[in-house]
Design a binder for this molecule. Structure first.
Ligand code: FAD
Length: 232
């Protein structure tokens, strides 16, 4: 978790050591902001506007203005394009991340640090119970991706970590609790928030064919040509 890297041994010792000292120093320095990022961003916004900053959102900058000084606070890739500077590159890591909501169980861990694969499980609803409905836990799990990892392999490692941290979680969480697809009167509700199996957009896809909507003569709106090819 300290590096989010699949092979921390390949990194600079100074880099890793510095992070280990920060993360494992006592007393722990982590602060849990109630409600999470939205609360923090609201504070930043307020503080900035108090100082006369004008904020424009939803607007991509494609060329740099002539005004100086100019501060760029984008990703490295965007800064590279805007500055026309190819040297602004860096190896970055990716993780497989799964958010899980389960019914609470006294055996649930707060944190599990996976020393084999550098994974991390944390039950954020423990320090901030407002993140989940009463009686439920919100847990986030991350495992660094290896260069040759396929998605199922990475998700398998995440699920192994969840099995360790949340005993019996598979019996406590089920897509069958979600909104039913069949709304009656030949009306069907599909998408990634309904009672169908899968992960992310897989849920949308599996929700429709599962009810034979494609073949029932219903008008369906295809938002992805690849998913819809071969279907009328
Ligand atoms: C799942 C997850 C959990 C995390 N948890 C924590 C945590 O618990 N604690 C912690 O300290 N950190 C955490 N982090 C890391 C933290 O979110 C980042 O370090 C932080 O958000 C980086 O802020 P930033 O402003 O540098 O970059 P960003 O948040 O990436 O902001 C850059 C912005 O630039 C915008 N942009 C890019 N190009 C353009 C353009 N051409 N025109 C206009 N806008 C552009 C992007 O849309 C983006 O909004 C977490 C990250 C993730 C993904």
């Amino acid at each position: 978790m300290v590096t989010f890297h699949f092979d921390p041994g390949s990194l600079s010792t100074r880099f890793v050591h510095d992070r280990l000292r920060r993360v494992f120093s006592l007393p722990a320095r982590a602060t849990y902001v109630r409600v999470g990022w939205p609360a923090l961003i609201g504070e930043f916004r307020y503080a900035a506007e108090e100082r006369g900053v004008r904020i424009t959102t939803g607007s991509r900058v494609t060329t740099l203005p002539d005004d100086r000084p100019l501060i760029l606070a984008t990703s490295l890739a965007a800064a590279s394009t805007l500055l026309g500077d190819d040297t602004l590159t860096q190896e970055t890591d990716a993780t497989a991340l799964v958010d899980v909501a389960v019914r609470q169980d006294l055996r649930d861990a707060f944190v599990v640090s996976d020393l084999d694969y550098g994974g991390w499980l944390e039950r954020f609803s423990l320090p901030d119970p407002g993140l989940a409905p009463a009686g439920e836990s919100l847990v986030q799990v991350q495992v660094p991706l290896r260069p040759d990892d396929s998605r199922p392999v990475a998700i398998g490692r995440v699920e192994a970590l969840i099995d360790d941290g949340l005993p019996g979680f598979r019996d406590r969480t089920t897509w069958r609790d979600r909104a039913a697809i069949d709304r009656g009167d030949d009306v069907y509700f599909v998408g990634d928030q309904v009672a169908a199996p899968g992960l992310l957009s897989e849920v949308s896809v599996s929700s429709a064919p599962g009810r034979s909507i494609w073949s029932s003569g219903l008008q369906a709106l295809c938002v992805d040509r690849m998913l819809c090819s071969g279907r009328d």
